[in-house]
Write a protein that binds this ligand. Structure first.
Ligand SMILES: Cc1ncc(COP(=O)(O)O)c(C=O)c1O
Length: 386
């Protein structure tokens, strides 16, 4: 039984114990974490967190400067996504951002039995949204290339549909749906389209600038009403830092709740969390300012090139096969005896998981070629043995 401590330990003792206990954790700088969308935070962001960890964006009347900086971060993200004026927040992650989008669509539609149409490849955060908000999920089939089948989405539109979801960078394969076609469809039926670019939002704009052939996915497309874009994934901001960006004020108005008794005065909150970290929003602002488009382009260039190289290696490996050509910096592959291979890779300390019949490698900024070479060496050995 773990009990509440009677007497306090010294700071040193606490730190010692933590250091020992956390030796069980896999860390990003070990180069062993290949299956996560998180990464080692940028050093500047770490500095900002330690300087400003007391700032609470849940009470913006107290932390007026922080609120203005959050607003600027939202505007910069909006600008990256081709919006002149954005409405949104820096939130706890892609899950909260997706829930907020569903909440906005549901509240605006205001119908008895709301339904949301989304790809079978959608992230499980929509299951949480569905349960909490009492919105029925209507799943749309995928094409052979794992992008959503737009015709299937169309066939599922009813009077109860409150909106459509497209994904720009699926969790499993990094597939970018045909968002231009989804946008046209949404406009034809007068429905809002939410784009889950939690992962792709910090990849696609830069990859496009590097010459990669990827579809438009953002507010350039008139049907897109909201976008999830997560700074704590490829944005290199410390957890928690997600982003929800809306095209119009009415979406944020539809989810705003009065918070009357705050020390800084009454405000309206559109986020799920009340008290929320200001430092992470400041870190978003700081990294956008510090890295700029050019900085992120460099990070994405390395990640995309590494993905192509790694996909090439998998293609030549006996006993393994690519699930599809990578669109972004995610390479997923199947193997013979997948369960056994996964188990052995884990035993050798690799931070990967097999899901839906494949192993997913995410080329985050902490993943370097030498780590992948080590991994491939292990994988080859294991494939020979199984
Ligand atoms: C496409 C997509 N959307 C949403 C999420 C949820 O993000 P978070 O874990 O930050 O809540 C993820 C996480 O992997 C994701 O891949």
């Amino acid at each position: 039984m773990v009990t509440f401590p009677e007497k306090g330990m010294s700071e040193e003792e606490v730190l010692d114990e933590l250091e020992k206990r956390l030796s069980e954790d896999l860390t990003f700088d070990s180069g062993k974490i290949l299956g996560s969308m998180c990464t080692y935070p940028h050093p500047l962001a770490q500095k900002i967190i330690s300087l400003y960890m007391d700032r609470n964006l849940g009470d913006p009347g107290l932390h007026v400067g922080s609120r203005k900086i959050e607003e600027e971060a939202v505007q910069m993200l909006g600008n990256l996504l081709h919006l002149n004026k954005a409405y949104g927040n820096i939130v706890s992650g892609g899950t909260e951002a997706n829930i907020l989008a569903v909440r906005a669509f549901r509240n605006i539609a205001d119908i008895e039995n709301p339904e949301l149409i989304l790809p079978e490849s959608a992230h499980f955060s929509f299951l949480k949204a569905s349960e909490m908000l009492k919105v029925k999920l209507v799943w749309a089939e995928l094409n052979k290339d794992y992008s959503v089948n737009v015709r299937d989405i169309e066939s599922k539109i009813t009077d109860n549909t409150i909106g459509i979801v497209g994904i720009a960078g699926t969790t499993g394969l990094g597939v970018v749906d045909d968002i231009p076609a989804l946008s046209d469809l949404a406009q034809d039926y007068g429905l809002p389209l939410h784009v889950d670019a939690a992962f792709g939002g910090f990849v696609i704009p830069f990859a496009k600038a590097l010459g990669y052939d990827l579809p438009d996915f953002d507010f350039k497309l008139k049907g897109v009403q909201s976008v999830t874009i997560d700074p704590h994934k490829m944005g290199m901001v410390p957890i928690p830092a997600g982003g929800i960006i809306f095209r119009k004020k009415r979406f944020i108005d539809a989810i705003s709740i009065p918070a009357p008794y705050l020390a800084g005065g009454k405000v309206f909150q559109a986020t799920i969390t009340g008290t929320r970290p200001g430092a992470n929003a400041l870190a978003v602002w700081a990294l956008l300012k510090h890295l700029g488009f050019e900085g992120y382009k460099r990070i994405v260039k390395e990640a995309m090139e590494l993905s192509r190289w790694f996909a090439g290696q998998i293609r030549t490996l006996k006993g393994a096969y690519l699930i599809r050509e990578p669109m972004l910096n995610i390479v997923s592959f199947g193997t013979k005896e997948l369960e056994k291979v996964e188990k052995e890779l884990k035993r050798r300390g690799w931070g990967i998981s097999a899901h839906r019949g494949y192993i997913r490698i995410v080329m985050m900024p902490h993943v370097k070629k030498e780590h992948l070479e080590e991994f491939l060496k292990d994988l080859k050995e294991i494939l020979k043995a199984v």
